[in-house]
Design a binder for this molecule. Structure first.
Ligand SMILES: Cc1ncc(COP(=O)(O)O)c(C=O)c1O
Length: 424
């Protein structure tokens, strides 16, 4: 039933009903958390075999993984990253435990020293701006904020960033030096970029300056829920078609394949970009944790091994994502008080409340013992201009906890929306 079709008395009756439901939740002393985009303990247990892999600690080329060295990572780890990212092993550096660290280092290097070597430092070119598809990943925005890079919101569509807006910004403003992309199962909406979007991103380098970079974070490259997952076109191929390979920097990790924060990270780019990046990396470290790399390669083997492993994750996650969709549609479908995405993979979904209500919904839920990601967190500077977006993270809680948390969530959405309708 659409709220805007109810008369004042009907709205008052509905508010009383929802308020009493809400009070019941509030008095139940719940302590639930829908903020954590983390694997659940059951998912982590899928990789317990990592500790049992045998075969010694000497890599295929004779490298003793217990010792220093090997800045680019083990050859077999680079090959694994190449399979994950759909590129060649020589285009990959296999790093330490976090792709976010590589992203930060890449941008810090671009800011201080330049993405294309001497003379290209962003900090020497006045104001630097970056395109940020919204809603997006708060830690991407935090890196830019830390470096003093100005963020410009770009709308997300079902096909990826609004490319008309992206192209206009790049064409009209030379201070725009890059764009963030999470091309498969975007955080938080779960969108997969269409072939056309990937091609147009590949073409950006033809209208942007030589210092422009696409920060393409493919964190959810293999995190499918379905047996017949959507296919992401190759960014590297698109850039090659348009002769813009130097604009592309790809990232991925095994954080949500094996162990969060204890796996392998990968960065891939053109030979020229990797050579520039290595200059910084070699100051930062003598080499990555090759023991972990070797264990990962022996445990996951190759892309087929990764896919088989990810099917086990999917079996755990499908019921959780299904439950969230069911609760949202049972309670809110057709009410005109919210819309949400239906991802086919990844770790999140994105909910849009009526404009101006996200902060209130998060507050109501917190008072009823359900922690939600703070309103605004999915936008640069933590400012959602519509105060509408809320990120939901169904992976960590047990099904029963998720069920309860979602009941509270939809009750809060309904209550805040009815009160808003009564106030107009
Ligand atoms: C889009 C995205 N990129 C990167 C990360 C973190 O990756 P890592 O653990 O490799 O640093 C996350 C974690 O939530 C993420 O959602």
């Amino acid at each position: 039933m659409r709220l805007d079709r109810l008369d004042h008395d009907q709205l008052l009756a509905r508010e009383r009903e929802l308020d009493s439901t809400y009070r019941r939740f509030r008095d139940a002393d719940l302590a639930l958390d829908l903020t954590r985009g983390k694997p659940s303990p059951a998912q982590l247990a899928l990789s317990d075999g990592l500790d049992a892999v045998g075969g010694g600690l000497v890599a295929a080329d004779g490298t003793d993984t217990r010792n220093y060295g090997g800045l680019d990572g083990l050859p077999e780890a680079r090959a694994l990253g190449a399979a994950l990212l759909g590129v060649l092993p020589e285009q990959v550096i296999a790093g330490g435990n976090s792709s976010l660290t590589l992203m930060y280092l890449y941008l810090l290097n671009a800011w201080l020293y330049g993405p294309a070597g001497p003379g290209s430092a962003w900090r020497d070119s006045g104001t630097v701006r970056f395109l940020c598809p919204v809603p997006g990943y708060d830690r991407h925005f935090a890196i830019l904020e830390d470096l003093g890079i100005e963020m410009i919101n770009v709308a997300m569509t079902d096909d990826g960033p609004d490319m008309d807006q992206v192209e206009a910004c790049v064409r009209d403003d030379p201070s725009v030096k890059g764009i963030w992309c999470v091309p498969k199962y975007s955080n938080p909406g779960g969108q997969v970029y269409s072939d056309t979007t990937v091609d147009r991103l590949g073409q950006l380098g033809t209208i942007a300056g030589s210092q422009f970079r696409i920060m393409c974070d493919n964190a959810y490259a293999v995190h499918d829920l379905d047996d017949d997952p959507p296919r992401l076109a190759s960014f590297m191929d698109a850039c090659r078609r348009h002769g813009t390979e130097d604009t592309l920097v790809l990232f991925a990790s095994t954080s949500k394949v094996t162990r969060a924060g204890a796996g392998i990270s990968f960065v891939s780019s053109s030979a020229a970009n990797l050579a520039t990046f290595r200059k910084r990396l070699q100051i930062l470290t003598i080499g990555p944790d090759k023991v972990s790399q070797l264990r990962h390669v022996r445990f996951l083997r190759d892309l087929d091994g990764i896919r088989a492993h990810m099917r086990k994750h999917a079996a755990i996650l499908r019921p959780k994502f299904g439950l969230v969709q069911q609760q949202l549609s049972d309670a809110l479908e057709g009410a005109g008080i919210g819309s949400w995405t239906s991802p086919r993979g990844g770790y999140f979904l994105s909910f849009d409340a009526l404009p101006g209500l996200a902060t209130e919904i998060v507050r109501l839920a917190a008072e009823a013992g359900v922690k939600l990601t703070p309103a605004g967190a999915t936008f640069p500077y933590r400012r959602d201009p519509d105060d509408a977006n809320i990120r939901l993270a169904p992976t960590f809680p047990e099904l029963s906890e998720l069920n309860q948390a979602m009941q509270v969530f939809v009750a809060c959405v309904q209550l805040a929306s009815v009160r808003r309708q009564l106030a107009v």
